[in-house]
Ligand binder design. Sequence first.
Ligand code: F6R
Length: 617
Amino acid sequence: MCGITSYLGYRDAYPIVINGLQRLEYRGYDSAGIVLVDDEHNVNLYKTKGKVSDLKEIAEKNNTSGCMGLGHTRWATHGIPNNENSHPHTSNSGNLVIVHNGIIENYDTIKKELLTRGYTFKSDTDTEVLVNLIEEVKKQNNCKLGKAVQMALTNVVGAYAIAIFDVTKKDEIIVARLGSPIAIGIGEDNKEFFVASDASPFIEYTKDAVYLDDEELAIIKLGRDIRIRKINDDSVVETNVQELKLNLEQIEKGGYEHFMLKEIHEQPKAILDTYRGRLLADKGIIKMGSVDNNIAKFLNANRIIIVACGTSWHAGLVAEYLFEDLARIPVEVEYASEFRYRNPVINKNDIVIAISQSGETADTLAAIKLAKSKGAFVFGVCNVVGSSIARETHSGAYTHAGPEIGVASTKAFTTQITILTLIALKLGNLKGELSNSVFHHYLQELNLIPAKVENLLKINSEIENIAAIYKDAPNCLYLGRGYNFPVALEGALKLKEISYIHAEGYPAAEMKHGPIALIDEFMPVVVIATKKGHYDKVVSNIQEIKSRNGKIIAIVTKGDTTVKEIADHIIEIPETEEAFSPLLTTIPLQLLSYHIAVMRGCNVDQPRNLAKSVTVE
Ligand code: F6R
């Protein structure tokens, strides 16, 4: 939602913090700010509406010295994006400076109380209320900052990751978390520390990191070990230092114009990395420790309930077809945001699968907690290692797609489908629904998918040509059936989120029940018409659109001649099993959205109003 980064040590803080903010900008980008404290305790605070590049321009015309820095890139929750509402926020005395990711739900009550005590506020944010609450608690109790933060947070309702320091001291930062992620990088001999929403801002400086858990507060002081406490009961938490596996190359653009394009092109490798060591096609085995260890639960599952949001929810819909078709297990796919506020019926022997790229989506996390409270076994499919969802679930499988920086999800989607395909195939075989020979055939076929995706990516320029024709369309429809109905939804979501063209996905046969009224010569309709997927029916749907002058962009199996005759454009995908076709049909739709968005001059990697991980509900 928002990105936090901070440095405390012996180097110049500015370049570290500003680069860190640029790496975290995918988390929020409507405003940004930085505070720097130099050796003479001079405090320089720069904030602006807009991008980190705008902040950079302002800061670099001024003093950026100091070995203590704190920065923030914002996705507005309370208060519109403007200079005043940007973080960092200072307390009334000017001594305390804070950055915050999350929402303080009871900020209004706290603010009223502070107003009666004479506090004044420059912004409309909940964060400025929090920093003043901490100041008031510190004053009243005459205590150290760490203690004051801890006491203040026990009065707070909501979610937060915060970093705060006292500008009159130059050796201490306090960080705390409830519901929003925070990582601490530790320099050699504790001579420097880094704080960030994820580890990407500090990977070139240290591989030693500590991830705070919910309700934990860390006191970071130069020259000594980090001290972590539970916020509510003050108990001491052992510091668990982890070795980071991330490298710099993984989070850079690697010659591509945008992260999204890079991530689209990474899919052959990402899919391979996801099934590496799991899919042993030659041996006819799928090996997945987390499934094997819970195999009785999976085999006895009466029902699988999938909870997720956005693109991950679309991956869940593909999984519904996979589990029902291959393993004959009934599936329900739920928006996590709806599930968490219903009173869902969860029976013994139901399994809940939570899907999330970031592993931090607030609604998915809340849905998991609800499912657990009702006794369900919860299995996570996450990309970000060590994320909140990965930790909250009973068991799970990582997708190993590598960092996804582009806000529009691409490789996360196909790798989520890959994991879910592996599980469905494995269960289908163990349940006797897939004979060994069919199962082995599927494994061989799945093993070919990365190479097929690689081939498919070669038609990039053809798709660019199609994009040029439709870039100014105000609306677009996406149609698919069966396994490719969720792909149609995903194609439409990709287009609307990055190009701001209104787009809708529909099951092809639903056209006649309403959307067909929209068809005229200005309406592009993207239809997924693969050979094994109710092909004849989809061809009839295409005819219906054509006879109303709609423009057809058809995704067809290589060698198709029938649709070629009718469609305005065809995009060929290699032949595969219908169950695996989403892994291929998705690719041209990602590229189509990408090129249209670029041609419309949109910010592809950071579309307006969006944030990469939605850590508030
Ligand atoms: C769309 C997109 C979002 C996310 C959604 C869930 O391109 O990225 O719809 O899929 O916010 O995020 P995760 O998967 O991190 O839980």
